[in-house]
Design a protein around this ligand. Structure first.
Ligand code: PLP
Length: 366
């Protein structure tokens, strides 16, 4: 955190130097209530992924807003969240090898920890380490529901589930089926493909039942399809989380309904010396652009033409004036590749900073 950042609580946002990453608390709370409400209406639990937000204070706000716990991608993320007081974490990923397994097991000393598994040797290595440490690690058998990333086919689920039930130090929570391939699809394809993924997960559940095993949890769903996935009857727990920040990719490309943009980046014009151009002080080192360019929300007639490493190249309509020092508000295109570039974000309501949230899980890639 830069020296003065923490002390800005209570100050107008304009006191925060640029580039300044901030969340609009009204929009964030609206999005949290929308996702939590959707899950409640469908009678399922919400365990939002925090890989986009990476800030423990935001994670705690999700739990206060109705989440049963959080989902992480990495052990390092989970360690940061646990150290900040989050007590129920799913690592929705395979955690493999002695170093990471030792850390996973260590987390289970203070936190309810569940991990995705799709391999017999991996289940055994976690069991051995957990038993030696005297802890329990819960497991979701990961099913490949079409994303072809990780996960076994449904018919292999009973053997892995039985192994988890039989081994010490580990216990079976249920099944996971994350349908990542569906998220970016066109709305007309999304429903059918979400249905196909739900059917595959349902087949795995039935295969378990036929083997006399009842999964307590069926986990999946992302922001790109959650309003469909939650209502298909296959899931008992939803992993969608990034939608609380609601960037341009979720709204425009993934067509997520009913949310408001909650994540913003304030930048500052630093030069208008080149005719027809204006430069601001944030490039792709401040906002990720692999999915697209950010949009300007504060200045009608001004657009982002390009991002260099440290510069935003702004275009403006004829007659629109910009001066060095002017603040411009952008909506990032993708929160996942923006938040991790920053050390903190300002939590803002009606233009005033209420809190400053460290983004302490950024860089926790292991
Ligand atoms: C395992 C898993 N669950 C859920 C999600 C959905 O995350 P989000 O809702 O932030 O898009 C992802 C996204 O990549 C994921 O990999």
């Amino acid at each position: 955190m830069s020296p003065d950042s923490a002390s800005l609580a209570g100050q107008p946002l304009t006191e925060a130097d640029t580039p300044a990453l901030w969340v609009d608390l009204d929009a964030l709370d609206h999005n949290i209530a929308t996702m939590a409400g959707h899950c409640a209406a469908q009678g399922i639990d919400w365990r939002p992924h925090v890989k986009a937000s990476k800030a423990p204070e935001l994670a705690k706000r999700l739990i206060a807003g109705g989440a049963v716990g959080i989902t992480c991608a990495k052990v390092g993320e989970a360690e940061v969240m646990a150290a900040a007081g989050v007590t129920d974490i799913l690592i929705a990923n395979e955690i493999v090898g002695p170093r990471k397994v030792a850390r996973l097991v260590d987390l289970a000393r203070h936190t309810t920890i569940c991990v995705a598994v799709d391999d017999e040797r991996n289940i055994r290595e976690i069991s051995t380490a957990a038993q030696a440490a005297g802890v329990q690690v819960e497991m979701l058998v990961d099913i490949n529901v079409g994303a072809n990333r990780c996960g076994v086919p449904p018919e292999q689920a009973p053997a892995l589930a039985r192994l988890v039930l039989d081994l010490p130090g580990v216990s079976l929570r249920g099944l996971m089926g994350y349908e990542g391939h569906v998220m970016g699809m066109q709305p007309e394809d999304k429903e059918a493909e979400s249905g196909r993924a739900a059917d595959i997960l349902g087949r795995a559940r039935e295969a378990l039942r036929a083997a006399g095993i009842e999964p307590r949890v069926l986990s999946g769903g992302g922001t790109g399809n959650y309003w469909i996935a939650a209502s298909l009857g296959a899931l008992t727990e939803l992993q969608a989380g990034g939608g609380v920040l609601m960037d341009l990719s979720y709204m425009d490309a993934m067509k997520v309904p009913g949310h408001r943009h909650a994540l913003f980046l304030d930048v500052q014009v630093i030069s208008t010396a080149v005719p027809g151009r204006a430069m601001a002080d944030a490039g792709w080192k401040s906002t990720g652009m692999h999915t697209g360019l950010p949009a300007v929300t504060s200045h009608p007639g001004v657009r982002v033409a390009r991002l260099n490493a440290e510069h935003t190249i702004l275009e403006r309509d004829a007659g629109v004036a910009l001066q060095p020092g002017e603040r411009i508000t952008l909506v990032p295109h993708y929160s996942d590749s923006t938040v991790l570039l920053h050390r903190h974000m300002y939590a803002v309501r009606a233009g005033r900073i209420e809190e400053v949230w460290p983004i302490s899980a950024a860089g926790m890639l292991q």
